[in-house]
Design a protein around this ligand. Structure first.
Ligand SMILES: Nc1ncnc2c1ncn2[C@@H]1O[C@H](COP(=O)(O)OP(=O)(O)OP(=O)(O)O)[C@@H](O)[C@H]1O
Length: 210
């Protein structure tokens, strides 16, 4: 009988050093459809470094990552993953609309049109505003709109609640619930306590991964 296929992200025995400091080692976990993984740890414990490894921006010192059972670089992983980092990923000299059109040109379309996504993140009417004129929270909301207009199975979010008001925090939580409810996956770092009822939430505390 054939083995059932491993679906999702499987990480085995990962380690990372920064300069002479071992940030984490022997780190193994998996994230499967419908699941959220919360990375916790003190400042400097390596949360962003781990996310950057998972995004392919830097290499691990050892270990292996597989997507649906296949090494990341031989799989569809990078096309199926969206990253929202500290820098928001928007081009500040372009308008809101231009940024979203640009994102859409690079990815498969998601469930929301650009107009619907702007409405959802409460940026309707800001279409022609240059990103550099938006507030920090509005830039965050624009990066959320990007997640909605494109279709990716895994969202990797580095401190997504930064700069957001209470309504914005609730918005992200509801978007994460909808995403995982449709079989999507989320990996995030946050110092904010999450409210995600009925979601399979895993936690990894990086201070303890040595
Ligand atoms: N570009 C870099 N070059 C050298 N060391 C770095 C670099 N970026 C981060 N580090 C170091 O790597 C360690 C982990 O940093 P990282 O940003 O991954 O931590 P973090 O857990 O995300 O922290 P925070 O909660 O403060 O965002 C820190 O000691 C930091 O000084």
């Amino acid at each position: 009988m054939s083995q059932p296929q491993a679906t999702g992200l499987f990480v085995t025995d990962l380690s990372c050093r920064r300069d002479e400091r071992l940030l984490f080692s022997g780190l193994s976990f998996n994230v499967q459809p419908g699941q959220v993984l919360l990375l916790e740890g003190s400042n400097g414990s390596g949360k962003t470094s781990l996310l950057r490894i998972l995004c392919g921006f830097r290499s691990a010192d050892s270990g292996e990552c597989r997507w649906d059972g296949i090494p990341l670089d031989q799989s569809d992983y990078f096309a199926e993953t969206a990253y929202v980092g500290h820098a928001d990923g928007s081009k500040k000299e372009l308008t809101v609309l231009e940024n979203l059109r640009f994102a859409l040109a690079l990815s498969a379309p998601g469930a929301y049109s650009i107009a619907q996504a702007l409405q959802k993140v409460q940026l309707a009417g800001f279409d022609d505003n240059l990103v550099q004129t938006l507030s920090a929270g509005q830039k965050r909301r624009l990066s959320l709109a990007r997640l909605l207009i494109t279709r990716q199975r895994l969202w990797i979010l580095d401190e997504p609640f930064t700069s957001l008001d209470r309504q914005g925090i609730e918005l992200i939580e509801s978007l994460m619930m909808a995403h995982t409810g449709q079989g999507g996956m989320v990996i995030l770092t946050s110092h904010h306590e999450l409210s995600l009822p009925h979601i399979h939430l895993q936690r990894i505390h990086l201070d303890t991964c040595h």
